[in-house]
Design a protein around this ligand. Sequence first.
Ligand SMILES: [Zn+2]
Length: 102
Amino acid sequence: MPSTHPPQQLFLRGSLITLRRKCGKPNCHCSKGKPHQTPALSYSFHGKTKILTLREKDLTEVQQALARYRRALLSIETKAQRGIRTLSIRIQREKGGLSREN
Ligand SMILES: [Zn+2]
């Protein structure tokens, strides 16, 4: 068994947002109009919007995983449309009788 695993190819649904907050310390830059900024993934789960806070080092992977999900979604949608067309053609042919088949 290899001791190292290749990085898992994540799929992520949602959108990247930036959380801004004040920590409450009076001398912090956030009290002077520069809030702390944290990247986060906003996503829906069972109809509710959820937030997963991220670290800066997660950003590249998250962006790639979001793009991977969008590509996969597009791909499965294309396949589904092709499936509908194939089934529709088959039904039309079979309605027309065996004589029209190849
Ligand atoms: Zn602060």
